[in-house]
Structure formats: structure tokens, C-alpha cells
Design a protein around this ligand. Structure first.
Ligand code: NIG
Ligand code: FE
Length: 419
């Protein structure tokens, strides 16, 4: 058992604690619960106490000598960031497509010509499990260095039973061999593989009859995601896949209305998805339906920027009562980044979230989007000691000084992993 850690004198300790459970909406997204001259006592992987430095000084007066003391004077402390949408486990790289898009090709042009997701699928099929493990591990290290302590990770570059399982196994291994928590999502419905061109429904049959039962049977995923998009999976096919997953205990998520308006937001509300992702082209009625059902909008402003598209209507979604989370979408095509701080900056700049809303969207609401809010996403007694110390004095500066990594140190389950 390691020594207790006492972080004290934080100029702002942003806890995000509240009585209310579940995803936060409207004004609740701005209530950060800030303690000035804040202090946390960490022991046995968990947060044991939280309050002002004076309060904890009194509480632990007889045990101070045991603790490793971290002086956070002049610095900000927040929960570890949570990234609720990544495609982190893959093989290869696609920098040539970046150039092609700058030369005028669209994302879908490249995908329809056999590149895009198909290109990564080929490279992921060819790579050994060891290769994918090593490449993914590096990306997880980079997430940690940017203050991210929990991520979701999707399969979806296998597009056949064997390779989908290979990706999910890599994530399962990383969950035990890397300090980041990685919550797995099955996304066999990320694209229709080349060998099923013209036989799309047969690929849907394969997902429903073979892949989903195998993934659920081996407990390799918690969520089931579909790319519901013109030219990829129709709303009907998406619904079939999501309902089949639900029957096996997998919670639905949807890549919805990213490139074209396609009723994805509405479908998310209809099937009871925990979240709908992207939503660049979500309709007013789709947004209203999500607000009514409490579907979390997982918005990906780095992807919109990278594809040079207009961002999702984050401000309007919050005002309409949709709980909003944000994410990197870390993937080799539309958003090759591991920087949640950049995503927080972009959420403010491009979607007009306030700095407080952006922080809630990257912590507590993000944890809700992957059903991890009982363990992570806020600093509260009994939760995992996933903590970031930032080289700025307040959360507003974290959002204002953009494009810079302000991380000083990171603790995962009470163990210092960065800094
Ligand atoms: O979320 N839109 C679909 N899937 C990913 C991109 C995957 C890729 O291009 O490799 C996304 O943006
Ligand atoms: Fe994605």
C-alpha cells in the first residue's frame, strides 16, 4: 500500500461535485463547485477527504508526516479529463489523405474510393495484435500527458469477426497493462467492408448474427456504436444493429448526422441511446428529441475543424436542454489528436460553450456518456483519485490560453503517472 498523498493550497480546486446524479443540463453545467485554497487527501486509490487546506490540516493533523505533500499554490486542480469517444486502437497512419483533402477531396470521396476507414481497416487487419498494442499504448501515454485519465475506445477497423475481436482484445489488455481506464465499444458497423459492397444487408446480418453475440458473450464491450450516415448505414440498418445489441446488453451509441442530415439524432432518442456523437447536421427536431429523452450529445469540435466543416450547434443544444459532452474522436482520419485541452478550447471558440460548460463537458458529462460517473468525472469522497494539477491558477485560464498543454502532474487512482 502506498503512502497517502496530500495536495494542498490549490488556488482553485474544481470538484464538479453536486447532489444531482446523472448528466447535467443547462445551468447545472456551469456549477463547478470550486474550493479556494483547496486540498485533497488521497489514500488507497480513492479520494478520502476534500475541503480547504485548513480543514484537511485539522482533520489529518496526526498523520501529516505519513503523506507525500504536493504544494499546489497558484495552481488549478481538476478531475482527470474523460474522453468519451475515441477510435484509439488501430494500425497505420493516413497523412496522405490529409494532403488529398487540402487539395480538394472530401472525406466521403476518399472513403468511397477505398481509402478512409477502409485504408485503416486494411492496415489494422495486417497488423499483429502486438503491433496494435504498441501503437495504441503510445497514444494512451499521450492522452495521459494531456490530463486524460479515462477514455472510451471503439473497434470498427476490423470489419470482420477476427479483427474486430483483435482490436477489442488489445483494449482489454491495455485496461490491465496501462494506467488509463479504457471503456470498450464495439463498432463493427463503422463501414461496410469492401468484400460486402453491394451486399450491405449481408454485412448487417454478419454483425447481428455473428459479431454481436461473440462480443457480448466474451464481454468485450459495453457499448454498441453505428456510423449512421448517407452511404454507410441507413437509419433502418442502424436501428436493427442497435436493437440487436440492446438485446445482448450492449448500450447503444450512434455516429449521427455527421456529414449529412439523416435522422440520426431522432434515432438516438428512439432507441434510447446513451449518447449521439458528432451531430454537425442534427435537425431542430432531432435536438428536441434528444433533450426530451436525455440523450447526451457527444460533440467533437476538433473533427469539425480538421474536416473544415462548421461545428455542431453546441450552444443551441445546451440552451435546448441537451446534456453535452465533448471528445477528441481520436482517429487516424478525421481527428488524429489526443488533446482534450485543445478540444475544450475549441468547444469554447467554435461552439460558444462557456469555459465552465466546456470543463463539465470534458469531465462529469463525459463520464456519464460512458456510464462511469460513479467512479470518475468529479472529485468527491469515495471516487477514484484521478486528478490533474495544471500550471494555471484558474479554470478560465485553462480555456483562454489555448493550444498549449498546461498539465503539471497527473494522478491515476492515487498514483502519480505524469510530472
Ligand atoms: O468519428 N465518422 C466516422 N468515424 C470516425 C472517423 C474514422 C476514420 O476516418 O478513420 C469519426 O470521425
Ligand atoms: Fe468517431
Amino acid at each position: 500500500m502506498s503512502n497517502p498523498v496530500w495536495i494542498k493550497h490549490a488556488s482553485q480546486l474544481v470538484t464538479l461535485a453536486t447532489e444531482h446524479k446523472g448528466p447535467r443540463t443547462k445551468e447545472a453545467m456551469s456549477k463547478l463547485s470550486i474550493i479556494e485554497d483547496g486540498s485533497i487527501w488521497v489514500e488507497n486509490e480513492l479520494i478520502q477527504a476534500i475541503g480547504t487546506t485548513e480543514e484537511l490540516q485539522r482533520k489529518y493533523a496526526t498523520r501529516i508526516d505519513e503523506a507525500e505533500i504536493i504544494d499546489a499554490f497558484g495552481k488549478l486542480v481538476t478531475p482527470g479529463l474523460v474522453d468519451p469517444h475515441t477510435h484509439v486502437a488501430y494500425g497505420g497512419s493516413r497523412e496522405r489523405e490529409f494532403e488529398m483533402r487540402l487539395e480538394g477531396a472530401t472525406y466521403m470521396d476518399i472513403m468511397n474510393a477505398g481509402g478512409g476507414i477502409h485504408a485503416t481497416s486494411r492496415m489494422t487487419r495486417e497488423a499483429t495484435e502486438e503491433d496494435i498494442f504498441a501503437q495504441t499504448k503510445k497514444r494512451l501515454d499521450s492522452f495521459l500527458a494531456h490530463g486524460v485519465t479515462t477514455i472510451e475506445g471503439k473497434s470498427g477497423y476490423g470489419l470482420n469477426v477476427e479483427t474486430e475481436i483483435k482490436q477489442l482484445r488489445v483494449m482489454q489488455r491495455l485496461q490491465t497493462e496501462h494506467s488509463i481506464d479504457i471503456v470498450p465499444t464495439f463498432m463493427g458497423a463503422h463501414a461496410v467492408p469492401a468484400e460486402f459492397k453491394g451486399k450491405e444487408d449481408e454485412y448487417v446480418d454478419l454483425i447481428v448474427n455473428d459479431m454481436l453475440p461473440r462480443v457480448a458473450g466474451e464481454k468485450l464491450a459495453k457499448f454498441n456504436d453505428v456510423f449512421c450516415e448517407v452511404g454507410v448505414f441507413t437509419p433502418e440498418q442502424s436501428k436493427r444493429i442497435l436493437e440487436a445489441g440492446k438485446a445482448l446488453g450492449l448500450v447503444p451509441k450512434i455516429h449521427a448526422d455527421e456529414i449529412e442530415p439523416y435522422g440520426g439524432a431522432e434515432l438516438a432518442a428512439e432507441v434510447g441511446a446513451i449518447s449521439a456523437e458528432h451531430l454537425l447536421k442534427a435537425s431542430d427536431s432531432g435536438i428536441a428529441a434528444m433533450a426530451k429523452q436525455g440523450v447526451i450529445a457527444c460533440l467533437l469540435p476538433a473533427t469539425a475543424l480538421y474536416l473544415r466543416e462548421n461545428p455542431a450547434r453546441g450552444r443551441e443544444m445546451i440552451d435546448a436542454g441537451v446534456p453535452v459532452a465533448i471528445s477528441t474522436d481520436c482517429n487516424p482520419g478525421s481527428s488524429p489528436t489526443t488533446s482534450m485541452p485543445l478540444v475544450m478550447n475549441l468547444a469554447c471558440i467554435s461552439m460558444r460553450l462557456t469555459p465552465a460548460e466546456s470543463l463539465c463537458a470534458a469531465t462529469y458529462n463525459a463520464a456519464c456518456a460512458i456510464q462511469m460517473e460513479d467512479k470518475v468525472g468529479s472529485l468527491e469522497i469515495g471516487k477514484q483519485a484521478d486528478i490533474v494539477l495544471w500550471n494555471v491558477p484558474n479554470y478560465q485560464q485553462l480555456q483562454y490560453l489555448f493550444g498549449v498543454n498546461h498539465v503539471n502532474s497527473v494522478w491515476k487512482k492515487g498514483v502519480k503517472v505524469v510530472g
